[in-house]
Design a binder for this molecule. Structure first.
Ligand code: 5AD
Ligand code: SF4
Length: 478
């Protein structure tokens, strides 16, 4: 009997955060295991999956325009199956099925069913949907187990798939989920409503997965969680926190660097985690600690449970325990009620924090969140834009200054691959391509070298710097 999905190909496109990239990789591995081929050419694809993000309206708009394009393609190829997975699938549910292009809707907790949904749709020529009905209810044991099995079966490096579908898109690196969901309910945030309650994975499963990844040549593992620093798992008498995970993962041969994102600013476990970073050579001295605002009034309205002063104390503590720590931040401008004075406080905080880099976003109301229900989106778009540019400018000056300190220094770099946007006149050897990699503390380094170095550690001497990038010369013999 001919296999019904043999010779069929899927294309998968991922929007949004690292969690989504990881889910994309898991889904790709599962579909290949089921017999599908993978392609990055839509003309060849029988199934197109879009892994979606709901964190800002802009992210959803990009997906909708992608769907518009697919609708157009389906006019000449009605048999093309289109599936929407991820956060937007959970948020919009069957409303998405009303879109002419969409055949399948599958929430983040239902990805273990993806092969089944696709084969049903192909076989029965009907729409299929699977999302969580009561997203804030703790999921059933069988559902948690299904997710765990899916994760440990497919959460391994796969060098065969295209860059977009690798867990990190980069050889030698992998994401490993430490926890799912979030219980914090920052008032602007959609995550608790699409990813459900916080659940930490069992340390044994995480460590087993990292061992398998190490066996396949992975050197850098990034542990993922919406508030990864609140990782907590109790097994019998013993309770594990993120510091314990770092310590256990450090013992795995082959793993050389360990990172974790994203952290929430709070005291719980903070010192233990910093101490682990200071004590464990493999734990990279890198902390992503979003502050969101420098105004206590806005922080309260966001339901962030700290003041700007307390946040700065955490940074001081981090720098006292791990002197060369690199800290990255997230900020939001134009939250409802943000005055010029509130914004100035954010600028002050950014100046004091001396971040390595910052991600800055314009507030975007998300349906169903407390901020959207109770607060008017009253900062005009042009003011949000101006504040965004101004804050970025402040941060760029700081980043440029921090980067200059690297001049003439030698750094260890994990090579990612060829640089996507070639930097002009910076190279030292025009005969080999420009490569990009990162230091343990996540600084971006660009230098010339052979592509075969992707996934390897090299040493580079920094010869030039800008606000975003260190430019160097390879000093490792290749
Ligand atoms: N609008 C704008 N930015 C947001 N973020 C989360 N929710 C929103 C929103 N509604 C930002 C936060 C968070 C990052 C992942 O996205 O800064 O840290
Ligand atoms: Fe969203 Fe806040 Fe949870 Fe982060 S900590 S995912 S911003 S609710």
């Amino acid at each position: 009997m001919k296999c019904e999905i043999c010779d069929l190909k899927f294309l998968i496109k991922s929007y949004g955060c690292q969690m989504n990239k990881l889910d994309t990789a898991l889904v790709s591995a599962a579909l290949k295991d089921a017999g599908f081929g993978i392609t990055d050419n839509v003309k060849e694809a029988d199934v197109v999956l879009i892994n979606t993000c709901s964190v800002r309206q802009h992210a959803e708009q990009r997906v909708l325009s992608h769907l518009g394009h697919l609708k157009h393609i389906k006019k000449s190829r009605p048999g093309l199956v289109v599936g929407v997975i991820g956060c937007m699938a959970q948020r919009l549910g069957d409303k998405l099925l009303e879109h002419e292009a969409v055949n399948i809707v599958c929430g983040p907790a239902q990805i273990p069913q993806i092969t089944k949904l696709i084969t049903e749709t192909l076989r029965e020529k009907k729409e299929t949907i699977s999302v969580t009905k009561k997203i804030r209810q703790r999921s059933s044991e069988s559902q948690t187990q299904a997710l765990e099995d899916f994760e440990s079966t497919y959460g391994i490096e796969d060098r065969q798939v295209s860059q977009d579908t690798l867990p990190t898109g980069v050889p030698g690196q992998a994401f490993v989920r430490a926890m799912r969901g979030c219980n914090n309910f920052c008032t602007y945030c959609i995550v608790p409503f699409v990813r459900g309650p916080e659940t930490s994975r069992a340390p044994a499963a995480i460590i087993e997965q990292i061992k398998r990844l190490a066996g396949q040549g992975v050197k850098l593992v990034t542990l993922l969680g919406q508030r990864v620093n609140s990782y907590k798992y109790t097994a019998g008498e013993k309770s594990y926190c993120l510091a314990d995970l770092l310590e256990m993962a450090s013992e795995i041969d082959g793993i050389e660097w360990l990172r974790f994102v994203t952290s929430y600013p709070c005291e719980e476990f903070f010192n233990d985690i910093l101490q682990a970073m200071a004590d464990l050579p493999k734990a990279c001295n890198y902390l992503h600690l979003p502050a969101q605002s420098g105004s206590d009034k806005i922080l309260r309205a966001m339901n962030r449970r700290y003041t700007a002063g307390e946040y700065l104390e955490l940074l001081a503590e981090a720098r006292a325990v791990v002197p060369d720590i690199a800290i990255a931040g997230d900020f939001m401008v134009g939250f409802p009620g943000e005055t010029e004075d509130d914004f100035q406080r954010t600028i002050e905080l950014v100046k004091k924090a001396k971040y390595k880099n910052c991600f800055i976003f314009k507030y975007s109301p998300r349906p169903g969140t407390t901020a959207d229900k109770r607060l008017e989106d009253n900062v005009p778009a042009e003011v949000k834009k101006r504040r965004n540019i101004e804050l970025l400018d402040v941060q760029n000056k700081i980043s440029a200054e921090l980067n200059r300190e690297f001049l003439n220094k030698e750094v260890k770099v994990l090579v990612e691959g060829p640089s996507k946007k070639p930097h002009l006149n910076r190279g030292n050897d025009e005969n080999s391509p420009q490569l990009v990699g990162r230091t343990a503390t996540d600084y971006i380094v660009v230098f010339n070298g052979p592509v075969s170095l992707a996934g390897e550690f090299v040493e580079a001497k920094i010869t030039q710097t800008s606000a975003l990038t260190l430019f160097g010369k390879l000093t490792t013999n290749t």
